[in-house]
Design a protein around this ligand. Structure first.
Ligand SMILES: NC(=O)c1ccc[n+]([C@@H]2O[C@H](COP(=O)([O-])OP(=O)(O)OC[C@H]3O[C@@H](n4cnc5c(N)ncnc54)[C@H](OP(=O)(O)O)[C@@H]3O)[C@@H](O)[C@H]2O)c1
Length: 349
């Protein structure tokens, strides 16, 4: 692609996903954040919500006309706002990468898991103009020229990357996912349940058994692998750290499947992927090593005594779980180098 500048809009720029997009865009070789929009924080300096950024820009009001004239728009907004904004922007002809859950499920699943009738069913996963489900490693071929990308949720990203290559080797109905996220996964919030005094020194499960990502994980694994792994048991936990997400998935192994089959399925699938690493036997991924990066690391063990496989995926929830993957998807959609702007590696210590 011959463009020297790609003009980008970020809506929801005052939120955690939005500020992470702005951070990554500052280092992107061709993308420029041209419209930086928020809702209640419009008018404030970007630095008031993102003190790490070097900019004097102000947050703007959301203006669909200005957004419609750009090369790509990221919606880092709650799903209700994305449902309102995305159809209009798509009609204006600007490609949209939506970080919310608004377009990840079929209209019927959306009604069941998010509540209410889907207002734009043609853009839902089973619609005539369905959004592309943007788990990049599994949907790369569908992304170029897409009108709308449903960027995956953070838990589904780590979980589906870890489990999808194993779908044919495990027993349907046996998958249990125990996942943990840092507090930024819940977005910028003043809620007491997310305050430092409440969260620090504590660990708690939430959302089970009807967390919205449950159905997304099931349908995304079926979409990626072509195999229905049945209903999963999914329990997320809130961990007292800012960033990072770890998904530990366990399933019964099918008769005749051994440790070498399991490892080969993962290693072969991701051998040529730039952002997904399968760790050597005996190693499990750590979240901090991925902080600020677009990486995903996967560890695998076979437990012959229990007849189960345990596979653990780790990501930065704001990186590969949100803004990083959104930029990866936009790069592919626009015909740019897939890794452009995503060269940061994680941190230690
Ligand atoms: N946090 C994560 O790790 C993560 C990971 C994957 C996906 N996601 C998804 O990404 C989206 C953003 O998440 P977040 O964590 O960044 O949330 P957040 O920190 O709460 O930020 C939400 C943003 O949306 C804006 N907004 C709210 N209602 C709006 C409306 N009606 N019109 C325009 N803008 C509106 C807010 O603006 P004001 O503050 O100015 O009102 C704010 O900038 C959500 O759908 C979330 O589910 C988040």
């Amino acid at each position: 692609m011959g463009r020297t500048t790609v003009r980008v809009g970020v809506v929801g720029a005052s939120g955690y996903g939005g500020t992470e997009l702005l951070r990554l865009l500052e280092a992107h070789p061709v993308m420029t954040a041209t419209v930086i929009a928020a809702r209640s924080r419009a008018g404030e300096p970007v630095r008031s919500v993102a003190p790490n950024l070097r900019t004097d820009a102000l947050l703007e009001d959301v203006d669909p006309v200005a957004l419609g004239a750009l090369d790509v728009v990221f919606l880092a907004t709650p799903h209700e706002a994305s449902l309102e904004l995305a159809p209009d922007l798509v009609d204006r002809g600007v490609p949209v990468i939506d970080l919310s859950g608004a377009f990840r499920l079929s209209a019927a699943d959306h009604a069941e898991w998010y509540g209410g009738v889907h207002p734009a069913p043609e853009l839902a996963a089973d619609g005539g103009r369905a959004a592309v489900y943007g788990l990049t490693e599994w949907s790369r071929a569908e992304l170029p020229g897409a009108h709308l990308v449903a960027n995956p949720g953070c838990y589904p990203t780590a979980t589906v990357l870890a489990l999808a290559p194993l779908a044919g080797l495990i027993e349907a109905g046996s998958v249990v996912v125990d996942a943990k996220s840092g507090t930024s996964g819940a977005g910028r919030s003043t809620a007491d349940a997310l305050s430092a005094s409440t969260v620090l020194g504590d660990l708690v499960a939430y959302g089970a058994p009807r967390h919205r990502h449950t159905r997304e994980i099931e349908t995304a694994i079926a979409g990626a692998s072509g195999i229905d792994i049945g209903a999963i048991g999914f329990t997320p936990h809130l961990v007292p750290m800012s960033r990072g997400l770890l998904s530990t998935c366990s399933a019964r192994v099918r008769d005749g499947v051994g440790p070498d089959d399991l490892r080969a399925a993962l290693v072969d699938r991701y051998a040529h992927e730039g952002f997904v690493d399968v760790l050597p036997a005996g190693e499990f991924p750590r979240t901090k090593a991925l902080a600020g990066s677009n990486g995903c690391r996967i560890g695998l063990l076979h437990d012959p005594r229990a007849g189960r496989v345990v596979v653990t995926g780790a990501i930065d929830n704001l990186g590969k779980g949100a803004a990083g993957q959104a930029i990866q998807n936009a790069n592919v959609l626009l015909g740019l180098d897939e890794g452009a702007g995503l060269t940061a590696i994680g941190m230690h210590p």
